[in-house]
Design a protein around this ligand. Structure first.
Ligand code: PMV
Length: 330
């Protein structure tokens, strides 16, 4: 099964744009229960479900316009079409456009690119949302999530705001593998972006997942870990039990990093600064501050805490950027 087969199953025809220009925003998302490992690498189909929180106004905005040549501009810098990122983007949009249609993409991302802050998730999600308008496809969020996933797995969870569960699905074509918004709300929940290192990551999540699935002995226990953590996280969201939420999310992230640490050769995204920050969180928690973290495929941490702890968190982490993702979603 190829990506184009999936596109054909969703779009009845490849058509010309109905607009000259369209724009869309998609939020970044942070997984509280992680996606790590694919059952199909071509279609980005996961081996387990995952659950995320979208980051409100943090994400990517894209303007797509009909042009006389392909052009890609990211954060005001024109990117060469030979660049790895451009190639990935062009391969993706070639799935949807008729021949001889050239497009200009102006992408503005307000989160650091490729530093484990889900920049590709919101990037691909914003592109598919903008294409939906440009071509007037009128797709549902479920269909948009499936198409976003073809660009980047976790983009399946960036089509909407709030908490989303990405169903792994069972089908070979993956038309049952999409992000679904969950009805929980929790406006007091805060996410603190703790950037300890802005460098581009050395190994992509795609490569690291593959190496983990193929070589890590610990990976066998991962699906069971996910099932238990997902159950606990949903329970925590339903009961608004913050300690259960934080503890489950932190444990899940640490378990994911443990599976990659056991890959051959080992993979570690943590730097000395990451370890130091984790130890600080554990220390503060042992002194009574309800503070937890999660970590993705990069050295940076996302702190999890409630609104009433904002001042304490700022005091201990003066550089943290605090987001209340669900405050405007009540
Ligand atoms: O979709 P990708 O290839 O960027 O992978 C995302 C992987 C993690 O961020 C580590 C986990 C997740 O569920 O977002």
């Amino acid at each position: 099964m190829k990506k184009l087969d999936v596109v054909k199953a969703i779009l009845t025809e490849i058509r010309s744009p109905v607009l000259e220009k369209a724009s869309a925003f998609a939020p970044s998302n942070i997984a509280l229960c992680k996606y790590w490992g694919k059952r199909n690498t071509e279609l980005n189909l996961p081996l387990t479900n995952s659950l995320s929180i979208s980051l409100g106004e943090k994400g990517a905005n894209v303007i797509v316009e009909v042009n006389d040549r392909d052009e890609i501009i990211v954060n005001n810098i024109e990117i060469s079409l030979e660049d790895k990122f451009s190639q990935r983007l062009l391969n993706y949009i070639n799935l949807f456009r008729p021949p001889n249609l050239f497009l200009k993409f102006t992408i503005i991302s307000n989160i650091p690119i490729a530093a484990g802050l889900a920049s590709s998730a919101c990037g691909f999600a914003s592109i598919i949302l903008a294409l939906n308008k440009l071509f007037n496809w009128k797709l549902t969020n479920k269909q948009l999530s499936i198409l976003a996933r073809l660009g980047s797995g976790s983009a399946a969870r960036s089509i909407e705001h709030g908490f989303l569960e990405w169903h792994k699905g069972e089908a070979e074509h993956g038309l049952d593998s999409y992000g679904e918004r969950l009805s929980f709300s929790w406006p007091q929940l805060c996410v603190g972006l703790l950037i300890v290192n802005k460098d581009t990551k050395k190994i992509s999540s795609r490569e690291a997942m593959l190496a983990t699935v193929n070589t890590s002995q610990l990976y066998a226990s991962w699906p069971e870990q996910v099932a238990a953590d997902l159950f606990a996280i949903k329970e925590a969201l339903a009961q608004k039990d913050f300690n259960l939420l934080g503890a489950s999310a932190e444990k899940n992230a640490e378990a994911m990093h443990a599976t990659m640490f056991h890959a051959v050769p080992p993979i570690s995204y943590s730097t000395d600064e990451t370890i130091k920050a984790k130890q600080q969180v554990w220390d503060l928690r042992s002194h009574g501050l309800p503070l937890y973290f999660t970590q993705d495929a990069g050295p940076n941490l996302k702190l999890l805490f409630l609104e009433n702890e904002i001042e304490s968190v700022k005091k201990h982490f003066p550089h943290v950027e605090i987001i209340q993702p669900l405050v405007s979603m009540q």
